[in-house]
Design a binder for this molecule. Structure first.
Ligand SMILES: Cc1cc2nc3c(=O)[nH]c(=O)nc-3n(C[C@H](O)[C@H](O)[C@H](O)COP(=O)(O)O)c2cc1C
Length: 329
């Protein structure tokens, strides 16, 4: 797993202070974060502190099949296991927080939720502007709704959300992503596109860092306007919303059952996980394609509703591109 070095919080002086959280299994999200904070680190007026999240019982990569499946009840219920103590006490003051996260079973990844539910996060984030950055397969709409709730309970102000996805077709990534996570190989199946976010998209996230550096210099993080607007920060696809809603409901109900049967890792969960797997595969092979097909057929009728949903899920940063030229270097 790629890691970033932490800076020192004691030598900040009058510089703008940025806290960046870091957790990544394959290194994908770390690479995104590195690109974003690079311009901030190069700016003499900004100090960046990276806090790496470490689950007490690390999640494996590549995943063993049942460990992967066994992660869904606690992901869906947002009841993660503990993480190692942070290097921060919670009393440090930051001007801006960058919070990258992956989506696990349509919710923010467990280590990130564990951080947000920690007493330190409550103190660190209270009243602070937060920029969330998602790198996932392509289903993040409801995870971001959950993230909004988590941030709200910390009293944080969500200023921006940038999203990176695997742009291969949904029915392809439904196979390539799990195979990547279970084998560690991005291109396990010959002939199919490699899993994950394209390297060019990761490299281009530098524009967010450049824009954040400018905003910090002007003190715009204290305002309420997004700092990443006009930078194609997010392109929401509300056509996946129906599948997300159905799957979230099933993760929640089955997750409740699984949690009643035993704790994560307990052998008695396995028969129920097998049952759930059959159910899940049936859903993937029926609900997802049927809902996508229905939406194609109903497109003329749904166009206005989708446009409104797209706009809503793209808040606060939006999909506008008007400042791309300014930060495209
Ligand atoms: C347990 C688990 C569940 C996942 N569930 C989703 C999901 O619901 N939606 C999605 O778009 N991606 C999902 N992913 C993919 C991740 O969001 C992410 O892209 C991938 O794990 C690589 O992240 P990394 O930076 O930790 O390496 C899942 C990954 C894992 C490990």
């Amino acid at each position: 797993m790629a890691e970033l070095n932490s800076g020192k919080s004691s030598c900040f002086g009058t510089k703008k202070r940025v806290l960046a959280l870091s957790y990544s299994q394959t290194g994908q999200l770390t690479r995104v974060l590195e690109r974003i904070i690079e311009p901030l680190r190069q700016d003499g007026a900004i100090e960046v502190y990276v806090e790496t999240l470490r689950p007490r019982r690390p999640f494996p990569f590549p995943w063993k099949f049942f460990r992967f499946l066994d992660a869904f009840p606690e992901s869906a219920h947002m009841t993660p296991p503990e993480i190692e103590p942070l290097t921060l006490t919670g009393d440090e003051a930051f001007d801006l927080v960058i919070l990258p996260y992956q989506v696990w079973f349509l919710a923010p990844a467990q280590p990130v939720v564990a951080f947000l539910k920690s007493p330190q996060a409550q103190k660190l984030l209270a009243g602070k502007p937060v920029v969330t950055v998602i790198a996932c397969r392509n289903m993040w709409l409801l995870a971001q709704e959950k993230m909004r709730g988590l941030l709200q309970s910390c009293g944080a102000r969500l200023l921006d959300n940038a999203v990176l996805i695997d742009t291969s077709p949904t029915m392809v990534t439904l196979f390539t992503t799990p195979l990547w996570l279970l084998t560690g190989k991005r291109d396990f199946l010959p002939g199919l596109p490699p899993a994950g976010v394209a390297e060019a998209s990761i490299a281009a996230t530098r524009r967010f860092g450049l824009a954040l550096a400018d905003a910090l210099r002007d003190g715009r993080e204290r305002g309420t306007a997004p700092l990443l607007s006009g930078l194609a920060a997010v392109d929401a696809n509300p056509r996946l919303l129906f599948s997300e809603k159905v799957a979230t409901r099933s993760f929640f109900i089955w997750g409740k059952l699984l949690r009643a049967v035993g704790a994560p890792g307990q052998i008695r969960r396995v028969p129920f996980l097998v049952l759930y797997l059959v159910f899940l595969l049936t859903m993937i092979l029926t609900v997802v394609p049927v809902s996508l097909l229905l939406q194609v057929l109903l497109r003329p009728l749904m166009q206005r509703r989708f446009a409104l949903l797209k706009q809503r899920f793209e808040l606060p940063s939006g999909s506008g591109r008007e400042r791309m030229m300014q930060y495209d270097h």
